[in-house]
Each structure stands twice: as structure tokens, then as C-alpha cells.
Design a protein around this ligand. Structure first.
Ligand code: EPU
Length: 426
């Protein structure tokens, strides 16, 4: 298993580029199921989860073509012949977002068999709202032997009100409704930029959708969709991770190829914490040399502060003067990074959904364990300011969602390297 070895104490200076959004690329790839024609996606990040989704689609009979050289971030998907409407346990257990194929498969082929995802490191994460919505659209759902089976001759439009805001739930049902007969109105939808990106792709494919980016989506079903070409939006969480890293490590960092409009809540919070940030065009510039000060933060659905930035923000809070109260409202178990940050010297107490971080505490390098994707990012940020060397184990979590992070960070001065197994496997 690969590890990162990071020597802290060097500021980040220069320009760092943001890749395409993993959480937008995943539903957009699933949308290719909805048509017989090729869907060409550009700015696809080269990360493990995307590799898993390519495998998943190929296992169903999709033709998957990857770009080379300068076009290496392009993927063309053609689902002319779908031999198998199934997402196996082997794939779903490695990536929960595999459940995004459920809606498009039922809509296009009339049946889907998808393994139920289990709980994961950050919470129970049920998919009950995906299933309830599909039932309202006329699908017959059974759950047996760990698999969901959904069948329908043709889905029909319905009124769906989400009990709770769900990102992939909104995306899954939007993909089901675009081929349903008649009008679907969905209330209390997720407003994340990734939902809007998917709606934009579907619209290019011939879908009739209004309201993307608001809590009410209206979808007039069509008989069939056609191929399209689409560029995936920049990854706002990768951008945010670099911005926080720059704020904590010090120096003058320019984060390029991002969409500052998607980073509003984070940039406002960082200013409150004393970071100098300015946004222009597709760049954000961070300079931090002054003192960071404590600022309370609560995660919320978009446009609130993203849960996917909570762990990274906590690393920053350890370096701010005073007590910051960090409240996690989206997932019930997303504080796995706390014990590792404490091992590096942080002063953090957990009280239910709240973490109280008292700073500023000096951090010292230590061997630590990454427990999930964003927890890994938090440990990398902490390691950048820690005294001495930090060894982060299980960086495969990081590889699921960050493209070449060590090369990108090295390019702006970080002392980070990847090492393989120190003891060879037998
Ligand atoms: N929920 C239910 N029932 C459902 C669906 C969700 O109770 O049917 C609950 C969840 O358990 C959670 C809350 O609703 O407490 C919100 O979950 P949501 O469905 O919005 O999460 P998701 O769609 O599974 C996506 C991202 C996550 C991100 C969350 C929240 C993708 C592929 N994943 O997950 O990204 O944290 O939205 O913004 O888009 C990550 O990239 O590290 C990551 C975990």
C-alpha cells in the first residue's frame, strides 16, 4: 500500500491547476446509459473512482474509449448495446456512487439489478430516497440477496418530494425522469453545481429540464436522447483543498482553472479566519502570512459550507488562534480524521456532531492513517505545517478523488513523496 512522506514547514508558492470534478464526472458518465449514441466527456479527472466507473460501464457492454496525449482527460462512452443491466457487489462495494446507474438503467432498458451499498467510513448512507422516487415513477422495486431489482415497462412522470436533500438521489432520479412519460416535478432537490452540470449535459442530449440549481426541478420526459459533447466543471473540492493548504502553509498560491462562484461559502469563511483571498476569472489567489483566527463553521447543503471541506477546514482551525466550533450536519460519522490530527498535536474534543478545536497548537510529524478521501486531504494539510516528517498510510483513499496530488503539491514547493510498500509482500 502506498504512503505519502511529507516534510512540513515549507510555504506553497506558485500556480496549481485544478482538474475536472469527480462528483460531476461520475453522474455524467452514468448519463451515457440513456442513449445509443456516443457521449464525449472532456476534463474527466484521472482518479480511481473514474476508473471504477469505466469498469462498471464496460461490464454492462458499454464501449469506452480513452483519449491519449493531450486528450488524455477525454472519455467517449457509447452504450449502443447494453448486454447486462447490473452493477455487481464487487464494484459497488469499492464505490457507492455506482448506484447512479440505477435510474438511467431502468429508464433506458426497463430493468436494473444493482448491489445495495453498505454503510461507509462517514455514515450509514442509505439509498431509500432513490428507491422511493423510482417507485413513484412507476418502477417495481424488490430488495433481495443484497441487490435492488427495479423493473418498469416505461417510467411515468410523478411528483417527488425529497424528505432530505440528497445529491446523488437528485441526480439518479433526474436521469430516470428524462425518459419517463409525462412531467416529473421534484421538490427539495440538491442545488450543487454537480447537479447543474449533469442537467446541462442531459439538456445537450435532448432532455427537457428546468430549475437546475434551484430546489424544484421540472422534467418533461422525452422518447429518446441523443449523443453529446460536454466539458466537466472544475472540481470545487480539489480547488478548496489547495486553497486551504495555501492558507495553512503560508506563501502566495494561485489556484488556477477553478470556478470561484462555486467556492463562495469557503472563501467567506476563510476571510473570516483572517486569510487573504481574492478571486478573478478562473483563479483564486491566497496569501497568508498573518495570523489565522478561529471561526466557527457548520456544514450545510450547497450553497452552504460543503461537508467535503470539513476535514480540511479542521486542519486549518488547529492553526488558528482561539476555539473554533465545527458542526457536521450532513453525515453522522465524519470525524475520523480527528484522532489522527490529535496524534499530531491538535487539541480537538468531539461532542456529538460538534468538534471543538482549540488553537493554535504546534503540530508534529507522526505516522498517521487515512480513513477516507477527505480525511486524507486533511492529514496532508496538517503535515504541510507539522514539524518534521509525517507518513500517511492508506493513500489509496486519496487516489480515489485527487489527480496526481503529490506532483501538483510538489510543483508549488511542498516536500511530499509517494513510497510503495516498505516491506515487500510475500
Ligand atoms: N440520505 C438518506 N437517504 C438517501 C440518500 C441520502 O438518508 O436515500 C442521507 C445520507 O445518509 C446523508 C445525507 O442524506 O446523511 C446526504 O447524502 P447525499 O445523498 O447528498 O450524499 P451522496 O449523494 O451519497 C454526494 C457526494 C459526496 C458528498 C455528499 C454531500 C458524489 C458521488 N458523492 O454523496 O462526496 O459528501 O454528496 O455533499 O457526488 C466525496 O467526494 O468525498 C464525497 C463523499
Amino acid at each position: 500500500m502506498d504512503k505519502f512522506v511529507i516534510r512540513g514547514g515549507t510555504p506553497l508558492n506558485g500556480t496549481i491547476r485544478v482538474s475536472g470534478a469527480k462528483n460531476s464526472a461520475l453522474p455524467c458518465m452514468a448519463a451515457a446509459i440513456l442513449t445509443e449514441e456516443p457521449v464525449i466527456l472532456e476534463n474527466i479527472p484521472q482518479v480511481r473512482d473514474i476508473e471504477t466507473e469505466r469498469k462498471l460501464l464496460a461490464s454492462m457492454g458499454a464501449e469506452v474509449e480513452l483519449g491519449y496525449g493531450r486528450a488524455q482527460h477525454r472519455t467517449t462512452l457509447c452504450c449502443r448495446n447494453l448486454a447486462k443491466s447490473e452493477a455487481s457487489y464487487e464494484l459497488v462495494k469499492t464505490m457507492r456512487a455506482s448506484t447512479l446507474v440505477l435510474g438511467p438503467l431502468v429508464a433506458r432498458t426497463g430493468s436494473a439489478r444493482v448491489s445495495m451499498p453498505g454503510g461507509c467510513a462517514i455514515g450509514a448512507r442509505p439509498i431509500d430516497m432513490h428507491l422511493k422516487g423510482l417507485e413513484l415513477l412507476g418502477a417495481k422495486i424488490t430488495v433481495e440477496h443484497g441487490y435492488v431489482e427495479a423493473t418498469a415497462d416505461r417510467l411515468r412522470g410523478a411528483e417527488i418530494v425529497f424528505d432530505k436533500i440528497t445529491v446523488t438521489g437528485t441526480e439518479d432520479l433526474m436521469m430516470a425522469a428524462v425518459l419517463a412519460e409525462g412531467l416529473t416535478v421534484m421538490e427539495n432537490c440538491a442545488r450543487e453545481p454537480e447537479v447543474v452540470d449533469l442537467a446541462n449535459l442531459l439538456t445537450k442530449m435532448g432532455a427537457k429540464i428546468t430549475g437546475a440549481g434551484t430546489s424544484t426541478l421540472r422534467i418533461q420526459g422525452v422518447e429518446q436522447l441523443h449523443g453529446a459533447k460536454h466539458r466537466i466543471i472544475p472540481d470545487r473540492i480539489e480547488a478548496g483543498t489547495f486553497i486551504v493548504a495555501g492558507a495553512v502553509a503560508g506563501g502566495n498560491l494561485i489556484v488556477e482553472d477553478c470556478e470561484p462562484a462555486h467556492l463562495g461559502a469557503l472563501l467567506r469563511k476563510l476571510r473570516e479566519a483572517g486569510v487573504e483571498v481574492s478571486a478573478a476569472g478562473d483563479t483564486v489567489e491566497i496569501s497568508s502570512g498573518g495570523q489565522l483566527k478561529a471561526a466557527d463553521m457548520s456544514t450545510e447543503e450547497y450553497p452552504g459550507f460543503p461537508t467535503d471541506m470539513q476535514a480540511q477546514y479542521m486542519a486549518l482551525a488547529t492553526q488558528a488562534e482561539g476555539a473554533s466550533v465545527i458542526t457536521e450536519n450532513i453525515f453522522e460519522n465524519r470525524f475520523m480524521h480527528v484522532s489522527e490530527l490529535v496524534r499530531m498535536g491538535a487539541d480537538i474534543k468531539i461532542e456529538g456532531r460538534r468538534a471543538i478545536v482549540r488553537g493554535k497548537t504546534p503540530l508534529s510529524g507522526a505516522p498517521v492513517l487515512a480513513s477516507d478521501l477527505r480525511a486524507s486531504a486533511s492529514l496532508v494539510i496538517a503535515a504541510l505545517v507539522a514539524d518534521g516528517e509525517t507518513i500517511i498510510d492508506r493513500v489509496y483513499h486519496m487516489d480515489r478523488g485527487y489527480e496526481n496530488i503529490e506532483e501538483k503539491l510538489r510543483g508549488v514547493g511542498a516536500q511530499i513523496r509517494r513510497v510503495g510498500d516498505l516491506i515487500p509482500k510475500r
